[in-house]
Design a binder for this molecule. Structure first.
Ligand SMILES: [Zn+2]
Length: 69
């Protein structure tokens, strides 16, 4: 029984940590401003990037890496 409770707790902590990694401020600002092509992740630092319809390439907000869509 205790093991079940414990693994549930560690799972939810993991999920919370994942949520904290998302840059929600950027996400909401960008998604409010224009039509979206979709979401990508920077392969280097895993920052979530938002692509607009007219973009063929993204620059990572965090590390500056160029990502071709
Ligand atoms: Zn990056």
């Amino acid at each position: 029984m205790q093991n079940v409770v414990r693994s549930k707790q560690s799972l939810s902590e993991e999920e919370l940590a994942k949520l904290k990694e998302i840059d929600w401020e950027t996400y909401y600002r960008e998604s409010a401003s224009a039509d979206l092509k979709g979401l990508s992740n920077c392969p280097d630092c895993n920052t979530i990037l938002i692509a607009h319809d007219d973009q063929s390439e993204l620059t990572c907000y965090h590390c500056g890496k160029k990502i071709t869509l």
